[in-house]
Design a protein around this ligand. Structure first.
Ligand code: C2G
Length: 449
């Protein structure tokens, strides 16, 4: 008996897949089909798969061509499977020509002709409306964002807005956009959603006007600088059935989302202490980060990601806040904050003019989780116990600039009509704005010389 194995995602199973399975089956007597798990697809950069692994397995089963179906969950599993199932032939479509030659050490490798004119990507595009996104503010972060857009299906950047016409022109030319404008009202007519990456103090007004015009909003951090403004904007979005999402990039990256479910499921017991540190030493003090008029300073620049981690882990029911801060030319170049809860405490240390170590440590009654610097861009963390033999390390992908994950969630919320994301609830985003506001009021703040 000759055993053949083949692998795929088989999303929105189509004739190309069926032809491939048929050709693979014809090579032998027994066909094993490996279907990728959802997490494996995410890890290898396939972020737009529609069907979950159960649906995709069912679709492959329904073809009647597979004698056995296995789930592919990790890099290297193909070699393990070939040995485990005593496979004679590994078969895959010709789009992978050459890629799997290394398997010929273990079995025969056959590249089968691919069916032209059909693919899961085409089907996804056909069944799906494309979100027409506009970029508000065309500075450093908007440039990084543009490099991430092609990694997400279902979204096109169609326009850019900058009140300085020359900058809108240059950005649009650089990125081949079909339109751009220095008038916000004209710009809003061209798009159905906006990504706000303008200077901090402009966020509130741009978000409000976009929502009033019926546009979905993804807004860079810091979202807004007061709890009242945040609440008002979420209420406005809710009343109009619009998505409003704070672009807290770490909240959406694979390592963080898994860390959170591990922590919530009790792997380190009850969480008692969270310590987050984030610093960005900048030599050029003429940048907006050091400009009080542009709401610069460590707290508004760097706190949103630390506070995201704190409210996700400990909630929004804090009892007390304390801050220690070092000022230079009207902005804080160092701030340490304490968020005190009934049975736990969190602290964060931020620096624009002071270098802090950049770790995140979450301590619980059974163990602790360490996310080494830079924890906010993490692809790795470890869970540690008194008994070091039980320690475990976890590794994930963190692709590109990491902004594709938040954009993917934003697009999926719009297309799915989902107003709220577990990754950052609206009330959690309001709590972050409130804590930043408390700091800015200065009541609980000790100024260091
Ligand atoms: N295929 C095909 N014709 C198409 C589309 C796909 O023959 N028009 C083949 C692919 O070449 C592959 C199989 O169908 O052999 C599954 O394709 P996908 O679902 O796109 O999966 P893929 O990302 O190619 O996964 O471990 C996973 C594998 O490495 C391949």
């Amino acid at each position: 008996m000759r055993t053949v194995i083949t692998y795929g995602t088989y999303d929105l199973l189509h004739q190309g897949h069926i032809n491939l399975l048929r050709r693979a089956k014809a090579l032998g007597d027994y066909l094993i089909v490996g279907v990728t798990s959802d997490s494996f697809d995410k890890e290898r950069g396939k972020l737009n798969v529609r069907g979950n692994v159960l649906e995709r397995v069912e679709a492959v089963r329904a073809t009647g061509l597979a004698d056995r179906i296995v789930i592919e969950d990790y890099v290297g599993q193909k070699i393990d499977d070939i040995q485990k199932y005593e496979v004679d032939i590994f078969a895959i479509g010709s789009d992978w020509e050459g890629h799997f030659d290394y398997l010929s050490e273990f079995c025969q490798v056959v590249y089968l002709p691919r069916t032209e004119g059909i693919s899961s990507t085409m089907l996804r595009a056909r069944n799906q409306r494309t979100v027409r996104l506009g970029i508000v503010g065309t500075g450093r972060i908007a440039e990084r964002f543009m490099s991430e857009v092609p990694c997400v299906n279902g979204v096109d950047v169609v326009s850019a807005f900058n009140p300085r016409k020359g900058e809108a022109d240059a950005f649009s030319l650089r990125h081949g956009l079909s339109s751009h404008s220095d008038s916000y009202d004209v710009f809003l007519k061209e798009v159905d959603s906006v990504y706000i990456a303008s200077p901090h103090p402009t966020h509130y007004e741009y978000v409000r006007r976009a929502l009033l015009a019926g546009r979905h909003v993804l807004c860079e951090i810091p979202f807004v600088l007061s709890g009242r403004e945040a609440r008002e904007l979420y209420e406005l979005a809710g009343a109009r059935n619009l998505v409003l999402l704070e672009a807290s990039k770490t909240a959406h990256c694979p390592a963080w989302t898994h860390l959170l479910v591990l922590a919530k499921s009790g792997v380190i017991g009850d969480i008692v202490d969270v310590k987050a540190s984030l610093s960005k030493l900048m030599a050029d003090t003429s940048l907006r980060e050091f400009d009080a008029a542009q709401a610069g300073g460590a707290m508004s620049e760097l706190a949103p990601l630390c506070l995201m981690a704190i409210v996700k882990l400990l909630g929004i029911g804090y009892k007390d806040l304390r801050f220690y801060t070092k000022m230079c030319n009207g902005v804080d170049v160092f701030t340490k904050g304490e968020v005190v809860y009934g049975s736990s405490v969190a602290s964060f240390t931020l620096g624009l003019g002071v270098k802090t170590e950049g770790n995140l440590v979450i301590s619980g009654t059974k163990g602790y989780i360490l996310v080494p610097s830079p924890w906010w861009l993490t692809n790795y963390f470890k869970v540690c116990y008194e008994d070091r033999n039980k320690n475990k390390r976890y590794f994930y992908a963190y692709q590109g600039e990491g902004l594709r994950y938040e954009l993917q969630e934003f697009v999926s919320m719009i297309l799915g009509g989902r107003m709220s994301s577990y990754r950052l609830r609206r009330r959690e985003s309001v709590a972050i704005a409130e804590i930043i506001e408390e700091y800015r009021k200065g009541k609980n703040t000790i100024i260091l010389d």
